[in-house]
Design a protein around this ligand. Structure first.
Ligand code: HEM
Length: 281
């Protein structure tokens, strides 16, 4: 990025901005680089060399979670506007970011178990388990549960964010709405979504199968959703194997049994109907 000033056109288009005294915008000021680089604060004495990597990789994931939530909110708006081309382009971007997120596990796997143990105690009870944005993204997509809310005090911003996500229609509901406006008979019960993960709806299967056979444009959208589902399951698998090679079967810092807990989260689809129809196709 080389720009040092606001582009003239947008300054003119926005009267509020025009009245603000011109401050020289630089790479560092626009991206808040000094603030960003002040956020990596190791807890270990020394500090231990690999704690920097551990902090940075988690922060990078949080930034990707933020972007994925942003893109997924956009996806819902595009589905609501029946804009299939934009929805598919957005799904393509979400998938590309997800590939990067899966690939980044390789970086963490360069850290040996001994190296991680050198600072693990300093992490106390903190764990990725407590990532609010990860839960938000799960809930937006449709993998809703009330249980994770108990990890955040009542009245906290984190809890409020998750309560809001629980009450919002998920991506799957937006997809069903889109399909029903575009030629599919969607049974009412398929929309029945509470605060639990999306359940499969057998009454929906015949219409989905018909769509897969006869409506390639809509099938293309659903295949991207299957890619997303598979990609997230791939992230979970890579994460659990990375955890196993780093801490074996020790308990997690978040208080769970560790690998045993994480293994139970594997192979749980977000869009179960899109998987179940395959046997009948
Ligand atoms: C050495 C590196 C890591 C280890 C040893 C590790 C270990 C664990 C363990 C044991 C759990 C289960 C909960 C607990 O008791 O703590 C967990 C959950 C989790 N971790 Fe990690 N983790 C590591 C890196 C990461 C990274 C880089 C992220 C990215 C944000 C991450 C995100 C998560 C998430 C989202 C969960 C919750 C999964 C779920 O409940 O479905 N972890 N991790």
């Amino acid at each position: 990025m080389h720009g040092s000033r606001l582009p003239r056109r947008s300054a003119r288009a926005n009267p509020v901005r025009r009245s603000i005294p011109r401050v020289e915008l630089t790479y560092a000021s626009y991206l808040r680089i000094p603030q960003l680089l002040s956020l990596q604060v190791p807890e270990s004495d020394g500090p231990e060399h690999d704690e920097m990597l551990f902090i940075i990789i988690h922060q990078v994931y949080e930034l990707w979670f933020k972007q994925q939530i942003h893109e997924t909110e956009g996806l819902r708006r595009m589905l609501e506007a029946d804009d299939l081309i934009a929805a598919e382009a957005t799904l393509g971007r979400i998938l590309t970011i997800l590939k990067t997120m899966v690939g980044q596990i390789d970086v963490l796997e360069t850290m040996t178990p001994v190296s991680f143990l050198s600072f693990r105690d300093f992490l106390a009870s903190s764990s990725g388990f407590q990532s609010v944005q990860f839960r938000e993204w799960e809930f937006i997509l449709g993998h809703k549960r009330e249980r994770p809310l108990a990890n955040y005090p009542e009245g906290s911003d984190e809890r409020a964010a998750l309560e809001r996500r629980l009450s919002e229609p998920s991506v799957w509901e937006y997809v069903l709405g889109f399909l029903s406006r575009n030629g599919l008979e969607i049974p009412r019960e398929a929309f029945a979504e509470g605060t639990e993960p999306t359940r499969s709806c057998v009454a929906l299967h015949a219409e989905l199968i018909r769509m897969y056979r006869e409506l390639p444009r809509l099938r293309g959208l659903c295949e991207l959703l299957v890619d997303l589902d598979e990609g997230l399951q791939e992230w979970r698998y890579r994460h659990v194997k990375m955890v196993e090679r780093t801490i074996g079967f020790k308990k997690g810092t978040g208080g769970s049994p560790g690998v045993g807990y994480l293994q139970k989260t594997l192979f749980q689809p977000i869009f179960p109907d899109l998987w179940e129809i395959r046997t009948e196709l």
